[in-house]
Design a protein around this ligand. Structure first.
Ligand SMILES: Nc1ncnc2c1ncn2[C@@H]1O[C@H](COP(=O)(O)OP(=O)(O)OP(=O)(O)O)[C@@H](O)[C@H]1O
Length: 283
């Protein structure tokens, strides 16, 4: 018998899987798929090392898509392509229907403002307070007055439960608080696409769960297209509308979360069960 997917005996201690975002007409529907973010036949090598091997994926608009996959399989490289920090060797990345490498660098820079990106460590500026970190994109990219900026920053900090920490420096706050500050900063320009690279790395299960609550709450309010890279099955169960499993630079499984966590697909079963035996080899 194959590995047991953790949907049987352990169900009580795992968070429930979310229902996929409603499918109908308009944003969130199948017919909109790909119009916000679409990756086609993406190939990328670093020297002789081939990382992306023809990856294709249409991200469901206004839904949270979780990207799972073994270490070193290209998840971060995929996010970097999506935000235009890496150029494909071949294939395309279309954002809001436009190939981002068929446009001028100036247009690409404008497009990046419509993204919020949360890197693994929150990537806060160490010399700035939490408040100034969150205010930074507004000061850099908008003409808003300091009073207007204050209103937005305060609201974002309140949303992530960091009002009391606004004057603290990053080295004075915990890892979980840094993530939440990074999250507030990533969202401050109301991005339509938000990319999270392992928002839960280095956090204990309770802080991971709290951060996931914040992700769900803000997503429910802002309705962006979210992409979450994670190794944490609990995070994936809790936040995903859709799940993509990547292996060796290709998508080996993609589907609504409910289907993914009940799937008999051998890649999915092995990954969710953390089994060393199966199609996801180490080579
Ligand atoms: N700029 C780069 N130059 C050379 N190699 C790179 C570069 N960026 C990524 N790689 C390599 O590409 C592979 C995929 O990296 P990536 O960071 O996307 O993996 P990942 O799936 O996100 O892994 P993890 O789950 O461990 O974070 C790795 O072997 C990595 O060393």
């Amino acid at each position: 018998m194959g590995p047991q997917v953790q949907d049987n005996a352990d169900t009580e201690i795992l968070p429930p899987v979310r229902e996929a975002a409603a499918v109908g007409s308009g944003p969130g529907s199948e017919s909109y798929a790909g119009s916000v973010a679409s990756v086609r036949e993406l190939h990328k090598s670093f020297g002789s090392f081939q990382v992306m091997r023809g990856l294709s994926l249409d991200f469901q608009p206004q839904a949270i898509t979780t990207i799972l996959g073994p270490s070193g399989t290209g998840k971060s490289v995929l996010l970097k392509h999506m935000v235009g920090l890496l150029e494909p060797d071949s294939g395309s990345v279309r954002i809001f229907g436009k190939d981002i490498w068929a446009m001028q660098e100036r247009e690409r820079a404008e497009l990046r403002k419509r993204f919020g990106v949360l890197f693994q460590d929150g990537a806060l500026f160490g010399s700035m307070s939490v408040y100034d970190n969150v205010a930074f994109p507004l000061r850099k990219h908008t003409d808003l007055s300091e009073a207007e900026i204050r209103d937005i920053v305060k609201a974002r900090l309140q949303e992530v439960g960091l009002e009391a920490a606004e004057n603290k420096a990053p080295n004075e706050i915990s890892g979980g608080m840094k993530k939440r500050a990074g999250f507030a900063r990533a969202l401050v320009l109301n991005p339509e696409i938000v990319l999270f690279d392992e928002p839960d790395s280095g956090l204990d299960p309770v802080r991971t769960s709290l951060l996931n609550d914040v992700i769900l709450k803000v997503h429910a309010e802002d309705k962006g297209t979210y992409v979450v890279v994670t190794h944490d099955i609990r995070t994936a169960r809790k936040v995903s509308d859709y799940v993509g499993l990547i292996w060796k630079g290709q998508v080996v499984y993609y589907g609504p979360a409910k289907e993914a966590f009940a799937s008999e697909d051998p890649f999915v079963r092995q990954f969710l069960a953390g089994d060393s035996v199966g199609p996801l080899g180490m080579d």
